[in-house]
Design a protein around this ligand. Structure first.
Ligand code: PNS
Length: 164
């Protein structure tokens, strides 16, 4: 099988506010599929962020430190423009539920229509499918224990942020 030039690189984009164990699972599985994976934090206009860009990049760097082929990037415009600038032809997104799929499919089709970039969906591990950054923040804000849902450094940062 021949591969198109550039397909060995992929981007795993998200808000990552903060990165959860669910994100980490998808990142690890995507890293095993591509030679090079860029985990990139972008802006979802409909989400209010708790952590600033530098904090989210710092958390992601800690989280991906164990993977030899994963780097961290950031973008503040269209994902397709970032892909074009970085020579990336594949986007990887984790999907937990049918609701996720509906939303992700529409974005995937739009991104493909805009520049031809393809999206690969990775189904979330069932034991992690309850995780979302938004829910983890909400549970933590009301004093629930979220230590099992986040990488240890991320949990520490979240606790510090909420108690500041
Ligand atoms: O973690 P999220 O919130 O699902 O990440 C969504 C994100 C940031 C990847 C998405 O909103 C995005 O690509 N934003 C950049 C702006 C853009 O390209 N919008 C058009 C999408 S079709």
């Amino acid at each position: 099988m021949t591969r198109e030039v550039g397909v060995h690189r992929a981007v795993c984009p998200g808000t990552f506010d903060p990165p959860t164990n669910g994100h980490l699972d998808v990142i690890g599985r995507a890293a095993a599929m591509f030679d090079e994976l860029i985990v990139a934090t972008g802006v979802n206009q409909s989400k209010k962020r708790l952590f600033d860009d530098d904090e989210r990049v710092a958390m992601l760097r800690e989280v991906v430190a164990g993977f030899g082929n994963v780097t961290v990037g950031t973008f503040d415009g269209l994902l397709v423009d970032y892909c074009r600038a970085e020579g990336i032809k594949v986007i990887v997104k984790g999907v937990r539920t049918a609701g996720d799929y509906d939303y992700e499919l529409q974005m995937a089709l739009m991104n493909r229509r805009l520049t031809g970039v393809e999206t690969v969906f990775v189904p979330a591990a069932p034991e992690l499918a309850h995780l979302s950054s938004s829910l983890v923040k909400e549970v933590a804000r009301f004093g629930g224990d979220v230590s099992g849902f986040l990488p240890a450094d991320v949990h520490r940062r979240l606790m510090a942020k909420l108690s500041a």
